[in-house]
Design a protein around this ligand. Structure first.
Ligand code: AMP
Ligand code: MN
Ligand code: ZN
Length: 640
């Protein structure tokens, strides 16, 4: 420690992280890469960084040979472990742990599970939703058989009322200080909140969840915002009252606004028997509106100009009392959400009109996607193989059977103690025990850095398991492993599948326009002068064909930089029998080094096209193309 100046190091790292966050990504990156010097610079830098990371990773975990993403994570993990080992476990308990500390799985906070012990079921039997009563029922509870989603019918027959879909009048949002914050920590507070919520037309909801020191995970906090109040519910204090929110949550007259609710929905089912009917997921809206990024932080920044520190996502939300920073973070997750909902609804309506759809169609689409999320059912996790997905393929059959036996042991203990198996023993350690099995407790404890009280207690058992497995003929056990032996690369594949929204027929025609809009993403971080130069460059290569107009978000317009546009752009100039070009790039070979991205290609087709995402119908940087819907299935269904 005395060798390096920690505060300085930290500052530098934070600065580096900040700067790296400002580097262009996605569309912005594609755009930036059209500049050759930028490409050369980044490639150079990339190699340097990659070397540096390799060195670091090898320094921390010398056994590592490659430097895949997972190895980096492992190395970081290992670092934290070293730190943990060097800390007196007791020292930090009173103080609210800072982020780094709270990430340490060895950090011994009292486990709050005692409070809701009666609701923990770590058995392998499937989760069965059990409701005592079913408010807002269209179909009575008795009709449902075990394992069904109790609100399936209500969700499937759900249709939003017009006022819920229509653009709202967007009021300026209220700052945190203008709204009262109520911490809900006792029955009185809870019922008071329930009373206000039941009168609301929309409420925003979010959860904070814990998973390091538990098997199935549990909710530590629920935030709810109305137009007038931010509530932070300490779920650990009012755990058994939480199911009483079901009436509000399933009331279709109250819109529940959440952001990225894919996890929240099952979490609420599991811990509180809560289901949601009529949700608007702002994350889904951001997708349909083609926002550059879909995270809440991005919406907060672009819509509300508020910066957040999303690293609190990973805080240890079990901690009590919550630090003011944690409270603020939690609160901000719902405080602005109703305003964002208003804004997005307006944008959806505008966009629908631009696409010549029914003005409410896209809003309805968001509600439909959100409904699909609400239909999800919580399913228990099986964590036997957690953190064991790498490095297994090199084990011989005997090593595999040891690993299998140890994984079983680890899983059993984790379920019994309500811990994450990776806390009991790291996957990496388990593999090293299998490859080089210790035969005595002493050998075991030398080999394992991670010293938890559970490990001490279980040391004998572990050695017994190893000895027993070694003694057994091992051929048969091998069969149990294959499902975890997956090619590693597959996990990193970027999601390419986009669910089908609806089918639509299009004719796409070139409009005899003399304007080409360059898609210039709103990029506040790029000095506009630089951007201007880049645009100028591109413009110069285009001007023989098009007049350049740069889209909004840029402060510049290049108009009529050259003479009249050539007639070559007119469709009637196409040779007889010649097809409308597949894309402008192909026809005119515009000198873009990188076509902005392959799915930007303009489809000139009158065939049926599955519209899975706005990206397919996005014209991208070409505005002078008209997209004419011919026939559309799955139109706005509601009778008016
Ligand atoms: P949020 O919706 O961003 O407030 O996140 C809710 C909860 O999801 C957090 O309390 C975390 O438990 C969990 N979570 C969110 N993001 C991550 C992540 N990147 N890695 C692990 N857990 C996460
Ligand atoms: Mn959330
Ligand atoms: Zn949150």
């Amino acid at each position: 420690m005395e060798y390096c100046n920690i505060p300085h190091l930290l500052q530098t790292v934070v600065k580096a992280a900040n700067i790296s966050n400002q580097l262009p990504t996605g569309e912005n990156l594609a755009f930036a890469l059209t500049d050759k010097s930028y490409e050369a610079q980044t490639t150079d830098l990339q190699m340097k960084i990659s070397d540096l990371i390799s060195n670091l990773v090898r320094f921390v975990t010398p056994q590592t040979e490659s430097t895949e993403y997972d190895d980096i994570i492992e190395a970081a993990d290992q670092c934290l472990e070293y730190v943990a080992a060097g800390l007196d476990n007791k020292a930090g308990i009173k103080a609210v742990p800072d982020l780094a500390l709270s990430k340490l799985s060895l950090y011994e906070l009292p486990k709050p599970q005692e409070i809701f012990k009666h609701t923990i079921d770590n058995s392998e039997s499937p989760f069965v939703p059990s409701l005592d009563e079913k408010p807002n029922a269209m179909v009575p509870l008795e009709v449902y058989s075990e394992g069904m989603h109790p609100y399936q019918y209500e969700l499937e027959s759900l249709a939003q009322e017009f006022w819920q879909l229509e653009p709202s009048q967007v009021q300026p949002f209220k700052e945190l200080e203008e709204v009262s914050l109520i911490m809900v920590e006792n029955p009185e507070g809870f019922y008071g909140m329930l009373n206000e919520l039941s009168q609301a037309k929309e409420i925003a909801i979010d959860l904070e969840h814990h998973s390091f020191r538990t098997y199935q995970g549990f909710v530590c906090l629920m935030q709810i915002s109305t137009r007038n109040t931010d509530y932070i519910i300490d779920t650990l204090k009012v755990w058994d009252l939480m199911p009483k929110l079901l009436g509000v949550f399933t009331n279709p007259a109250i819109i529940k606004v959440l952001h990225g609710a894919d996890s929240d929905i099952p979490w609420m089912q599991k811990d509180f028997k809560l289901y949601i009917v009529n949700m608007f997921d702002t994350g889904q809206a951001a997708r349909i509106l083609m926002y550059a990024r879909f995270g809440l932080a991005y919406l907060l920044e672009t819509i509300c100009s508020v910066k957040t520190d999303k690293s609190y996502q990973l805080a240890d939300w079990r901690v009590r009392p919550l630090s003011p920073e944690m409270i603020k973070y939690a609160r901000m997750d719902t405080h602005y959400l109703l305003h964002i909902f208003d804004v997005l609804k307006n944008e959806l309506s505008l966009k629908a009109q631009q696409l010549r759809l029914h003005p409410l169609e896209l809003a309805r689409e968001v509600f439909q996607k959100s409904r699909d999320i609400c239909l999800k059912r919580y399913e228990k996790q099986d964590l036997k193989w957690v953190a064991l997905k790498r490095g297994i393929e090199f084990l011989n059959p005997q090593q595999q059977s040891i690993l299998d036996a140890l994984a079983n042991w680890r899983d059993e203990v984790a379920r019994r103690e309500d811990e994450n198996p990776n806390f009991i023993l790291k996957g990496r350690t388990l593999i090293s025990l299998a490859t080089d099995p210790p035969q005595t407790v002493k050998e075991l404890l030398v080999k394992v850095h991670q010293q938890s009280s559970i490990l001490q207690k279980e040391a004998n058992t572990i050695v017994e398991i190893i000895k027993k497995t070694l003694a057994k003929k091992s051929e048969k056990a091998v069969k149990k492993l294959p499902k975890i032996v997956q090619p590693v690369q597959k996990q990193k594949k970027i999601e390419t599948h986009r669910p089908v929204l609806y089918e639509q027929k299009f004719t796409v025609k070139l409009i005899p326009s003399n304007k080409l809009s360059i898609f210039a993403p709103q990029n506040k971080l790029e000095p506009s002068q630089k951007m201007k130069e880049k645009c100028q460059k591109i413009a110069e290569s285009f001007t023989s064909i098009f007049q350049i107009v740069v889209e909004e978000g840029m402060e510049m317009e290049i108009e009529n930089t050259t003479q009249e546009t050539t007639q070559a752009t007119q469709p009637q100039d196409l040779e007889e029998g010649e097809e409308i070009p597949q894309s402008i790039q192909e026809k005119y070979e515009l000198p873009l080094k990188n076509k902005l991205s392959s799915d930007r290609k303009i489809k000139t087709t009158t065939k049926k096209q599955k519209i899975s995402d706005k990206k397919d119908i996005r014209i991208g940087w070409l505005d002078n193309i008209e997209l004419a819907p011919v026939k559309r299935k799955n139109l706005f269904k509601k009778k008016r």
